[in-house]
Design a protein around this ligand. Sequence first.
Ligand code: F0G
Length: 446
Amino acid sequence: MTESIRLINPAARESALKKAGYNLFAVRAEDVYIDLLTDSGTGAMSQEQWAAIMRGDESYAGARSYHRLRSVVEDIFGFKYFVPTHQGRAAENILAACLVKPGQYVPSNMHFDTTDANIRARGGRPVNLVIDEAYDPANTHPFKGNMDIAKLNSFIKETGAENIPFGMVTVTNNAGGGQPVSLENLKAVADVYHSFDLPFFIDAARYAENAFFIKLREPGYSSKSVKEIAREMFALADGMTMSAKKDAIVNIGGLLCMNDGILFENVKNELILREGFPTYGGLAGRDLDAMAVGLYEGLDEDYLTYRLGQTAYLVAIINEAGIATIQPAGGHAVYLDAASVLPHIPQSEFPGQALCVELYRQGAIRGVEIGSVMFAHSDPETGKIVYPKLELLRLAIPRRTYTQSHMDYVADTLKHIKNRASTIHGYKFTYAPELLRHFTAQFEPL
Ligand code: F0G
């Protein structure tokens, strides 16, 4: 598929911003020139996927599409049971509904915002225990998504395993720069969870990119295939949630897998209530077929070389333009260190959001803030606002969509912004909902 894009003039961009309450989620997509809001569901599907869509079996129960997907899911992930869901957060919602009770804690390296919110929505408390290096943007640790094993151990001891329904790890770590988790670390995490009899779930949204980083960076894995590495990763876990909109390169879809038969029974009941019958889970048969094909395409090593290469290229040219990004390059996105680009804007005035608005104003490019708008919250005990450690602007790269010249345009635009950074101001909320506020919040310039 190809799609035309257009660049609207600066005055039209200014009025689009005002109309959107300075929240880029509220800008019309046709008013965006390069859309780096997300890599989720925005990739270009292949001819094989479109062909598979034509073969979709729309039977309500037991469709051929379901069985084709089932054999791929078994082949790659190896769990005993699975259900399709309409996207990742639906899998998280069902898992949290079945397992999380009010007051319980769910540790991870870093939860993504929907996972965080789904745990909180059940009265639970998400806990992030990633290694300290993850909070230092300049640190070039090859596996900055790793869990801090010592912190995890003492957290479980102090909290009591009975107050923890399950543990997680997100691969790659989206909230912390798209950084991978090593197999050595995954093994250690699995050992800790299992030593306390806690089930271990992987958030597998970008598992293929993570597996390819393991192949490239972890000693002993260079001659293994990405699929073999993936099998090794999932053999350590008791289940997984997955947004198929990432590494399965589909526009919609998700997966929830597990080995526990009793949990599976509960999951199916919850799924029927909220998503659909267990053999389609909120998707059309054709979506299941597109996912079945996309799961294998996402593991193709030529594709992954191009994919991670494009991200590394964008990081390199942005750094050349004098703008700091999280190092090293992650998998699916570039994370600009907004705090260092706009050091004069305090966290309470949202430097990440200010940079996000400026990128649209200057070049009609859309990114997303991953900082205080997304994560600052008031502490339930003290009532004080707790700010995140990083103020980032994420530029996520849709799969198989943009070319190198699009990336060059992004870096050029950032150069212009950098030159007038000291004139840029912060923002304040005019509206903010309690949960997942970055999607619908409204702002006013200060
Ligand atoms: N887990 C991770 C690590 C994610 O990045 C996402 C979505 C989800 C779960 C939820 O999946 O969107 O299919 O419901 N991330 C998107 C993003 C929205 O832009 O990073 P979903």
